[in-house]
Structures are given as C-alpha cells and as structure tokens.
Design a protein around this ligand. Sequence first.
Ligand code: GLY
Length: 324
Amino acid sequence: MTVEYAICGTRNSIIGLPTGLKILTEGGAALDAVEESIRLIENNPYDITVGFNGFPNLMGVVELDASIMEGKTRRAGAVAAMRNYRHPISIARKVMEITPHAFLVGDGAERFARALGYEDEEIIDELGIKNYYNIMEGRNLEMPPEAQQLVRELFMRFDDHLQEVMSDYPVKEWYQKLSFEQQGTTNVICLDQNGDLAAGVSTSGLAMKFPGRVGDSPIFGAGIYCTEEAGVACTGNGEIALRLSTARMVADRIERKQTPERAAELGILELKQIRDKGVLHILTMDNKGRCAGVTNKSGLYHYYADSSMKEPEKRASHYIKISK
Ligand code: GLY
C-alpha cells in the first residue's frame, strides 16, 4: 500500500501529532507539520522535558535546545542553551530559513529571538519549581540517600569546589541513573504529500544538567538528521548519541537500503561499543512512510499515523537488551 503522507513522534508527542496530521492531510508541508506539532508539546506545562516547565539545570534555570531539518535540501536550524523563550523549535526554524547560519546558542539565540519579535517570558511556573525541589530534596526518585547529598554539593559548591565534589562523589554515574529514569525530549518526523521529509527535536535536556550543557538534540548527525530518504531523531541520554553520531549513522544505513527497523536496531547495537549505562531511543521514518522506534529500555513506545488513518496509533518500540 502506498502511503501519501505520514507522521510519527515520541510518546510525549501525542498532544501535538493530531495537528501535524491535519496539516499533512490538507496538503501542508512536512516542515509546518513538524513545527506546529512540536509547538503544542512545548506548550504542555505537564511535560517536564520539553519547552514550558522543562526541567531546570542544576541552578534552577530552564535552558532549552531544539532543531529542525528538511530532507530534500538538508537545510537545518538549531538553538541551544536558550532561556526565556518557550518555542525554541520556531526559533530553530528561523535560524534555518533566514540566517546564513545553522546553529545559534545562549545569548546569541535569545538576542535573535528578541530581534524577531518573539516574546521573552518566565518559562517555569510553580509546578516546574516544585519538580526541581523534588529532586533537590531527593523526593520522587528511586535514588540512594547519597544522591540527595550529591546534588546539594554540586549546587552549593559548583563555583569554588567543583573538582573536589567530582572526586568525592560518583557524579557521572548519578547523571546516568537520573537520565535512565527521567525519560523525555520530543521527536516528530513528517512525510508530506510532495514526498518531502522533515524532522524536529525539542528538549530541556538532562534534568539538573550543568549550566551550559548541551546534549544531542540540537546537534545534526547526533540527535537529528534528515535526508531525502529518511528522517531520524533520538531521545535518551544525549551524551551517548553525541558520541556515536547516531542519527547520521542510521540515516546513512537507510540510504544504503536497509529498512528503518534494521537501521535503528544497528544504531542501538552500537551501544555495545561504549561502556556507559544510558538509554537511547531511536525514531526513524523513511520516504515510504515506514517508521521504526528502537530502544535499549523496555516499555517505551511511539506514535504513528499515515494517510490511511484518522488518528495516531500507539506502537510499542522494539526493545533490545544491551548487556554491559
Ligand atoms: N536527549 C536529550 C538530551 O540528552 O539532552
């Protein structure tokens, strides 16, 4: 069966996918469907991993990352470590469309957003602040008591005693455990009626990250990639996708005629090459609308819809156990 158009997204994308599907059904562009879907996810105050109320960094400040990429031209735009704007996906698209650049970070990204007339605002409310203190005070996490001590030490002694704290505590392991338990970030990939693919990613990144930490989400080739034949995007522990160049590797395999499922499976199997614990979920869709979600964490899922469907359906992502 030929698919005229299709959309897929990570498990937190269901709030936005029906809008993206409507855009595609009416003949709209994949880029528009990606952006509009993700804007709705960024607006969701209950999603603590994306946009408004995204999880703050160690100092309690929300820093957002986002990227968007078009397959047929490989045009791409991204922003990172951006404060005070709830729709980094739209700023990323503007970076792609109207600047000579592909990637703006921090103050520069905020200045660009301001110059375009986007409204700066507080992007965390009482709920987001409560979530932050829940981790600061060790609540709602299956963490050993030392974890609570560690996060306090990191917060209070960051500027003057960071090296000492890092040598006294298993900081890296703590972040790996946290990222295993706190899954988030959103991916949306769309195929439109012209046969064009686009992919987008938006995230507040790793909870309690160091200020300025940027993960895979805005990095082309790591957390996102899109060609004429395949869109790929990742969620999970961004340091892993960065180190393995996951998105580009998966897209290349699809270009070389592997199925999306097999290409993503091989992306997950690459986790064997590194020793660290961490979660990776790879979402991919090709220009025939064939979609796959593959991961090394059990119980994850994604959503998919195409021209034969009225609404997105939930699909279990293929779990591959990676033994360390
Ligand atoms: N995968 C999202 C991040 O690590 O920031």
